[in-house]
Design a binder for this molecule. Structure first.
Ligand SMILES: Nc1ncnc2c1ncn2[C@@H]1O[C@H](COP(=O)(O)OP(=O)(O)OP(=O)(O)O)[C@@H](O)[C@H]1O
Ligand SMILES: [Mg+2]
Length: 302
């Protein structure tokens, strides 16, 4: 079934002028990030982090709109410019819900707390406006958009952003020269541009396509939900290279993953652990190593 337009708009990677800035590899994880413990604000920025806050989430609670079931139970998270944050946690701990609430997914209702994005209150903003403000989400299970070609979808998204910035719309030919090198960089067959968005795409192809959207449209903050799931080893490397190539000192990534292998390719500044709708621990990539070796039980009591 075709998704409602509002849902479609959620997939629009927001592009931002920053996407055309020169690219530079992000800083390595700060060595002295201390572990956060339950009950403390997990996202207090360490002294060495100098970027401005992009996303500030405080005491965020959210429920499923239809049933009122609470999923997020008080999330605190700060993401500054130039940082890469990884979110890990058991199945059902609320990771995807957090990203969906951040982009304004219509299935969820914010019941408490605040979300600031570049100082703007996100909670009452429409999903489209969040997207235009520079927030991008790649879905754990990317949706199909029947009847809309990948090329047209990307062109529409790029031109919406250009319009907002007062720039003239790009024509198809002009846009092709923009999108083509990105398709090549992701080692995608250019034929994917003519296919309807995600229709008939394999799981791995959908993931690659999400990153194509991100690389064409750009974002100040990209929320990547399990971009590594379903990718073969080579595809994972291509996708990670593409994400790394988009990083600038001004933009940031929040990536959800279950696996350390992604964090070996895209080095996080911070790793957060979610449990029961909250971030219960924050630290550096050594947390991921610990989980990899001993499971979540190995960190639960630390
Ligand atoms: N729309 C919804 N309706 C009912 N329950 C929901 C809804 N959205 C989320 N949930 C429930 O909230 C909990 C958190 O779901 P979420 O998808 O955020 O988990 P997750 O941490 O991303 O898990 P995974 O690692 O398996 O992807 C789950 O128990 C899920 O069933
Ligand atoms: Mg999930």
């Amino acid at each position: 079934m075709a998704p409602p337009l509002a849902a479609v708009s959620l997939t629009s990677p927001l592009f931002s002028p920053s996407s055309s800035r020169p690219l530079r590899r992000r800083h390595a994880p700060p060595p002295s990030v201390s572990f956060q413990t339950r009950g403390r604000s997990p996202a207090a920025a360490p002294a060495e982090s100098s970027g401005s806050p992009l996303l500030e989430v405080r005491g965020l609670t959210a429920s499923v709109k239809e049933t009122g079931q609470q999923i997020l139970a008080g999330v605190d998270l700060t993401i500054r410019e130039g940082e890469i944050h990884a979110i890990m946690g058991k199945n059902g701990s609320g990771k995807s819900t957090l990203t969906k609430v951040l982009v304004g997914h219509p299935h969820y209702e914010v019941t408490g707390g605040t979300i600031l994005f570049k100082g703007q209150d996100l909670v009452d903003m429409e999903p489209e406006d969040r997207s235009l403000a520079g927030l991008f989400m790649s879905f754990q299970a990317p949706i199909e958009i029947p009847g809309v070609s990948n090329f047209d979808f990307l062109l529409m998204a790029v031109n919406a952003r250009r319009e907002k910035s007062g720039l003239p719309a790009l024509g198809p030919l002009e846009f092709y020269s923009v999108v083509s090198p990105k398709v090549d960089a992701l080692k995608m067959d250019p034929k994917f541009l003519d296919r309807n968005v995600n229709e008939g795409f394999s799981g791995g192809e959908r993931k690659r396509n999400e990153i194509l959207q991100l690389s064409v449209i750009g974002a100040d903050l990209a929320l990547l939900d399990e971009i590594d799931s379903g990718l073969d080893v080579d595809a994972l490397e291509d996708v990670a290279n593409a994400v790394n190539g988009l990083l600038t000192p001004q933009n940031s990534v929040m990536m959800i993953t279950h696996y350390q292998r992604l964090l070996d390719l895209i080095k996080p500044s911070y790793v957060h652990i979610m449990e029961n709708g909250k971030i219960i621990k924050t630290g550096d990539s050594s947390i991921a190593t610990q989980i990899n070796e001993g499971g979540f039980k190995s960190i639960a009591l630390v």
